[in-house]
Design a protein around this ligand. Structure first.
Ligand SMILES: NC(=O)C1=CN([C@@H]2O[C@H](COP(=O)(O)OP(=O)(O)OC[C@H]3O[C@@H](n4cnc5c(N)ncnc54)[C@H](O)[C@@H]3O)[C@@H](O)[C@H]2O)C=CC1
Ligand SMILES: O=C(O)[C@H]1O[C@H](OP(=O)(O)OP(=O)(O)OC[C@H]2O[C@@H](n3ccc(=O)[nH]c3=O)[C@H](O)[C@@H]2O)[C@H](O)[C@@H](O)[C@@H]1O
Length: 442
């Protein structure tokens, strides 16, 4: 099948590459010329496991192409995927300008029947707005055509994006025409050989399903974070509680990890956008208000512990930080807890010595050169002369450190573990003071 993908970010590039991998002929469009230039040389600008290789092999096989030409992209694919950003607007609602611009560019150049599929995360009603934008452009050109609009939200996770796309739990399709359903069913055949994964529904339900999934996952995390804060005060251990409730199949083990709050480009913005949508139709979403408030507070839970230990004035203090990315296996720092933590520590006068396996360039890009941020080359370098260590992202290499060396390198042997990576007794036996989330501090 010939497919165009508009937008080559995490979702667009993974979608395009994976669809090419199963034999389709794919053309990806982006307005960012530097990105397209890099992609044409098979080089990707984000860190995403497996993606570089997938791009390289499919470009070499002649199935994956990149362009900045809107006209070329619209002419190419029978299916036109829209996979552009939907960042938060000033009031937290989803900013639709990129999706609608993509829709307009399709309307501007379309000369034959197309299926336009929206993969971006968008509020209910967006398919109608996309349809109207295309219709307007066609009317301006005085062109009569048949075309279809469908919704196909994406559920991939950064850091496991290729794997998630290739082996999805489900593929949600929102359509209002047999043409769209049949074409998308055919497209996704290679992804559901093992069992039926396609969930076909109306367009509004598909659009809402995406927000519902992210809101549910965010709710689980905030619930566990609140419970962790309670467990700590009651002398209980949230890690044991997690295992205790996760074993109930109705609850399950996933997404029950307490920590420093959820970050990333999606949960924070999608929880907010769903609330704005609900406000517009007069339906209060009280649970989600609490989810968001809890998360904002949780991002600073390590700083609170640190201030309780070292006092409010951190001038002259130096803290090691392990992990800058919002989660492991990505260099993405959008809404990362590390940012809220560093910014607060800086405001209190401290210096941060940070290490992350892949997000150092991103930190440099975001913060530039500043005296109170030192980016170092290894986890152990970060410890040297620091008054405490803060663990913010649960990268694998942080999971089994040499605690004796840690104690030796730190100026003061204090660890604030925002991901509950260690057995508290083991860390304390090595002579370190250990603070974690939802377990008794000492
Ligand atoms: N990042 C993720 O893990 C996931 C994101 N989503 C959703 O997918 C959508 C895209 O997210 P990301 O891929 O993270 O965004 P991104 O910000 O990484 O990439 C978007 C790309 O679209 C390009 N673009 C913008 N307007 C364009 C236009 N008119 N024509 C061509 N290119 C254009 C930008 O230059 C950029 O390269 C969002 O709605 C997001 O909520 C859904 C599931 C997972
Ligand atoms: O819409 C999206 O963009 C995507 O958002 C999330 O994916 P992502 O943000 O990439 O990463 P997650 O693994 O969900 O982690 C999000 C945040 O929650 C935190 N988290 C996750 C799980 C957990 O138990 N506890 C916890 O604090 C992570 O540290 C991270 O900061 C969803 O998991 C994807 O299904 C969805 O497609």
């Amino acid at each position: 099948m010939k497919i165009s993908v508009i937008g080559t970010g995490y979702v667009g590039l993974v979608t395009g590459s994976c669809l090419a991998e199963v034999g389709n002929n794919v053309l990806c469009l982006d307005l960012d010329a530097a990105k397209i230039e890099a992609l044409n040389a098979s080089s990707i600008t984000i860190f995403e496991p497996g993606l570089q290789e997938l791009v390289r092999t499919n470009v070499a096989a002649g199935r994956l192409h990149f362009t900045t030409s809107v006209q070329e992209a619209v002419a190419f694919g029978q299916i036109q995927f829209i996979a552009v950003g939907t960042p938060p607007d000033e009031d937290g609602s989803a900013d639709m300008q990129y999706v609608l611009a993509a829709a307009r560019s399709i309307g501007l150049h379309m000369v034959e029947e197309k299926l336009v599929v929206n993969k971006s995360t968008v509020p209910v009603g967006t398919a109608e707005r996309v349809r109207a934008a295309i219709a307007e452009e066609l009317a301006t050109r005085d062109v009569q055509l048949t075309w279809h609009v469908a919704s196909n939200p994406e559920f991939l996770k950064e850091g496991a994006a290729v794997e998630d796309f290739m082996r999805p739990d489900r593929i949600v399709i929102g359509t209002d025409s047999d043409f769209a359903t049949d074409l998308l069913r055919e497209l996704y055949v290679p992804f559901q050989r093992n069992h039926e994964r396609l969930v076909v529904m109306d367009i509004a339900s598909a659009e809402l399903t995406k927000y519902a999934a992210n809101a549910m996952l965010a709710t689980r995390i905030s619930f566990m974070n609140e419970l962790a804060n309670l467990a700590e005060k009651l002398g209980a251990d949230i890690e044991q509680v997690r295992r205790g409730i996760g074993s109930d199949q109705r609850i399950g083990y996933h997404f029950l990890y307490a920590g420093t709050g959820y970050g990333g480009s999606c949960f924070p913005k999608d929880v907010q956008a769903l609330q704005r949508t609900a406000q517009q139709v007069g339906v209060p979403l009280r649970v989600l208000e609490a989810v968001e408030a809890t998360n904002n507070a949780q991002k600073l839970v390590l700083v609170e512990k640190l201030v309780a230990r070292f006092g409010e004035n951190l001038r002259g203090k130096r803290f090691a930080m392990w992990g800058l990315a919002f989660k492991p296996n990505t260099d993405d720092m959008r809404a990362a807890p590390s940012r809220a933590i560093m910014e607060r520590l800086w405001a209190l006068g401290a210096t941060v010595q940070a290490y992350d396996p892949v997000a150092m360039d991103e930190a440099r890009r975001l913060y530039g050169d500043r005296a109170d941020l030192q980016l170092v080359n290894s986890p152990m370098d970060a410890l040297k002369g620091a008054d405490a260590l803060l663990i913010v992202t649960e990268w694998k290499p942080f999971k089994s450190p040499d605690f004796a060396l840690m104690k030796q390198l730190l100026n003061q042997p204090v660890v604030f573990d925002g991901r509950n990576l260690y057995d508290p007794a083991r860390v304390r036996a090595a002579g370190l003071e250990y603070f974690s989330v939802g377990r008794a501090d000492a």
